[in-house]
Design a protein around this ligand. Sequence first.
Ligand SMILES: Cc1cc2nc3c(=O)[nH]c(=O)nc-3n(C[C@H](O)[C@H](O)[C@H](O)COP(=O)(O)OP(=O)(O)OC[C@H]3O[C@@H](n4cnc5c(N)ncnc54)[C@H](O)[C@@H]3O)c2cc1C
Length: 144
Amino acid sequence: MNQPVDAIVIGLGGIGAAAVYQLAARGANVIGFDQFEPAHSHGSSHGASRIIRQAYYEHPGYLSLLLRAYELWRELEHDSGDNYLLQITGGLYLGAPDSSTVRGSLQSAVQYLALAGKTLIQLTFFHLGVFHQDFPLFFGVTSE
Ligand SMILES: Cc1cc2nc3c(=O)[nH]c(=O)nc-3n(C[C@H](O)[C@H](O)[C@H](O)COP(=O)(O)OP(=O)(O)OC[C@H]3O[C@@H](n4cnc5c(N)ncnc54)[C@H](O)[C@@H]3O)c2cc1C
């Protein structure tokens, strides 16, 4: 028990647990502390599901981090034997054409092509009338 410790991580939510996991995977001797026994329901990471997005309208600067995060989720699926940790779906953003949501999504998609070296990313713009046909769930949504 007297081995030297390379790192101590306080808080084992999503961020702390990932840090412990990645440090240990690199051969570091790590100790993690939490005020509750993991996995508990008192942090912000608890719950049955969480989303991760590549359509990141907030800023295209996040994209390289996001692409790496997807790789790491796939690695975690492989290492844990759980192939359903990451389920890829489409994403739907609603906004006026000149809104930061729509403009930012477009900017991220363009940046994504450059970063990921992809030749195709499917990006569909819906006019409000067509949108209501394809997504009747959002029937009350207006252009405001
Ligand atoms: C309702 C909700 C939904 C969210 N949904 C998403 C989502 O879908 N996708 C997404 O990417 N992000 C989502 N987020 C944001 C995301 O959950 C947080 O950014 C992320 O969980 C933060 O991780 P964390 O490890 O920093 O914090 P937490 O997960 O809260 O972990 C902090 C840990 O530190 C421990 N701790 C705190 N103080 C001490 C102490 N003094 N001593 C020891 N341990 C301590 C806590 O017990 C806890 O385990 C959501 C957040 C909330 C609140």
